[in-house]
Unconditional design. Structure first.
Length: 299
């Protein structure tokens, strides 16, 4: 794998947790020359992904890409650049790809309506041996506990969750540029910072409802991690939750997020776990490999 840690990088403006590679083109050319790839997959549209894309196009190397993040909406939320400009740039980036992998049917439909082509499906998977129902004593707060896990940034719409009038306790796990601001504004919520591995798995399992306020995520792996932990989901009826939850009895999707959170308390936790077991790394890896193999046959 060619990852940002192999390059000189700087913090992304307004989002220092993300590192941006500086002028990676020369090193990309060296890496490709030393180890000519059988297949190239570009995971993101940042400077490193752009350098790899341009190299592949220049030397006629077939490659695939993935559409993980609605960068057009994210950039619009930060600097108000028109969403149409963002999608024009994304179409240009992905157009030479032999296949653009997306996680869900609704995202595929939306991107096709925006002029994207060569779309194939690549679902997501989670570690069901790490995320599973456990003892709920890891969080010593008043019940019920409403949990959010993810980046603390404006595009995640977290304030819509924190502003809800809910019983019990709101818990936020993660880091991001909005954390200090939201901690000051909502002192009654518990901000636990970044958690990983067993620590994160225990927190999931100790929650009563997982609240997902984002309206811009293309999937939301945290939804599956919560469900695998036996925790029902409350979310808006938008891309991501609609594909992961849909009409299955493991979450409540409603434009009234408070109503969804309250109603989700009545969902059976065993049903959530059973549903999440269908999303494994093996299935995800198989789809990814098939997408690469399909394109290899065309070359």
């Amino acid at each position: 794998m060619v990852t940002p840690d192999l390059f000189i990088s700087v913090p992304c403006p307004t989002y220092p947790e993300i590192r941006l590679c500086l002028l990676p083109g020369r090193k990309i050319r060296k890496i490709f020359a030393q180890s000519p790839p059988d297949a190239v997959h570009i995971a993101t549209e940042g400077p490193l992904g752009l350098a790899a894309r341009n190299h592949c196009v220049k030397y006629d190397i077939p490659f695939t890409t993935a559409f993980h993040t609605r960068f057009a909406e994210y950039v619009n939320a930060r600097i108000k650049m028109p969403v149409s400009w963002g999608y024009a740039a994304l179409r240009w980036f992905h157009r030479p790809s032999r296949a653009m992998m997306v996680a869900t049917a609704s995202l595929e439909t939306d991107l096709k309506s925006r002029g994207f082509s060569n779309i194939v499906r690549w679902t997501r998977g989670i570690d069901t041996t790490l995320f599973f129902p456990r003892n709920s004593s890891s969080l010593d707060y008043a019940r019920p506990i409403f949990l959010y896990v993810g980046r603390i940034a404006v595009e995640k719409n977290i304030e819509n969750f924190l502003a809800l009038h809910l019983p019990g306790k709101k818990v936020v796990v993660g880091e991001g540029p909005q954390r200090k601001e939201l901690e000051r504004k909502y002192p009654d919520a518990a901000f636990l910072g970044l958690k990983e591995g067993e620590d994160l798995a225990k927190i999931y399992a100790a929650a009563d409802v997982f609240v997902f306020p984002s309206k811009t995520d293309t999937f939301g792996l945290v939804l599956l991690e919560a469900l695998a932990s036996g925790v029902p989901v409350a979310a808006y009826p938008v891309t991501g939750p609609l594909d992961v939850i849909g009409n299955h009895p493991v979450g409540i999707l409603d434009s009234d997020l408070r109503k969804a959170a309250i109603e989700a308390l009545d969902i059976n936790r065993e049903t959530c776990r059973e549903y999440a077991m269908a999303f494994s790394w093996a299935i995800s890896a198989g789809q990814f490999k098939e997408n690469l193999a399909i394109r290899a046959e065309v070359i």
